[in-house]
Design a binder for this molecule. Sequence first.
Ligand code: G4P
Length: 532
Amino acid sequence: MNSSKLAKKIASRRTFGIISHPDAGKTTLTEKLLLFGGAIQLAGSVKARKAASYATSDWMAIEKERGISVTSSVMQFIYRDYTVNLLDTPGHQDFSEDTYRVLTAVDSALMVIDHNKGVELQTEKLMEVCRMRNTPVITFVNKLDREGLEPLEILTQIEDKLQIECVPLSWPVGMGKQFKGVYDLYRGQLHLFAPGRDRHPEEGGVLIKKPNDPLLDKLLGGPVADKLREDLELLAGAANPYEHQEFLRAAQTPVFFGSAINNFGVKELLDAFVELAPPPGCRPAEPRPICPEEEEFSGFIFKVQANMNPAHRDRIAFLRICSGSFSPGMKVWHQRLGKEVIMPNATTFMAQDRSHIAAAFAGDIIGIYNHGTIKIGDTFSTAKSAIRFSGVPNFAPEHFRRVILKNPIRAKHLAKGLRQLAEEGAIQVFRPLFGGEFILGAVGVLQFEVTVARLKAEYGVDADYEPAPYGAARWVSADEGKVMSEFAAKNQANLALDSDEHLTFLSESPWMLSRTMELYPRITFHKTREHC
Ligand code: G4P
């Protein structure tokens, strides 16, 4: 493909993830976005699709029982001239390292906040990952059709709790029963609310182009119209002006208000999103950053999912393309193994269904089938010269369990199973320096249940757990070997090796961890660890 055609394809890509606390409306908003993209015809299809996928992944009865999806997925749709890749970040009890790692593959994030609840815990955690990576974030304040916090209160909360400057680009007129609509500050027009769950996005509502239009008084009533005009004046004077560079460096978040379920404020959001959110950019890699317009294809694996099809026992690895373009049958270098491989039938993720692809470009996600040779963090490229993308780390686990093997004869199988599951990123495995036991670490507790179920189903190992006396973990390093030896000598009981033999400090609690960090200022405690 010639370079200007490739550049055009890349410039039209928008790859993002939605982050939110459970129940804020992520699924509902996803569905509405897909509706605008023409990817689905009926509201309710995303939930239905999720339900249908349980039937095919019956290896994990947990999924069915709990009505949740253990795995995240990718949906591609076209909106206006843009190709949008939406990456789902698993939320409810299935919150896991995958949720964090999806954010390593996106170029921006959409944060959904329930305006009744304000900023909640999971949003804070996910925002921390966005901040770590300077990922630009757009905010959608949802459920304005219900009573909740005043818009200014929400903005203050976001600024205080998430340490990011807010710039309202839309403004609600009332809330709850009095919710009348959103004023689109980005385009300078008012969209009046017409409730209705099944309403098509383009239908309903009244559009008013100027705040001084007398129609506004007629439709809203004099006092409400005057209040809106007052709010707008106030905002013009007091709100931070939108600065694109500040948004791109994740110092500012544009804020939109609406009601996802009523499809209100969603179009304003999506229109602004495709225009403001960045296309794929250069990515950190060794020995040099890789930019999307480079001719050579390259990409990295951010997620490996087992047994999407239980009949085949295969795994699908999710690859984020970082440069160039992909075509089926292409020969690429599996950089970690130093081996050339053919990628025969990669999968794309058009929202309608998973289908084989003709071509994919930097910014897109493709799925590659494999039998366990691909690990999270692996780099693939058409260039033979060694490159390795960085920034796809392990995240420090917050929950811990000790593994009990019910039948000791299966010890070897247990070790093999745990090694493979750790490589896949399903769980983290630690071996304390003293004792032969396995300590498992996870970001979300469901990972433990999944691990035990998979050990049984895939490795024939009957295992169980006991509580482990830990509440926090950090990988440790020091500039001087002597400093590390001293630290290790005094903290042997709390040290373990992870599955890649990296020294890890397992602490009884977050408080003990802070205390240890204060005591050993020359030791670096890492919250993430890059894959090797
Ligand atoms: P999640 O993926 O972030 O967990 O949230 P989800 O979209 O499933 O939404 C959680 C609940 O909030 C759902 O209600 C959904 O209908 C509701 N909701 C989403 N957006 C809005 C909105 O703009 N206004 C109001 N009032 N409610 C909204 P549910 O009772 O759990 O499910 P359902 O029976 O409505 O499907």
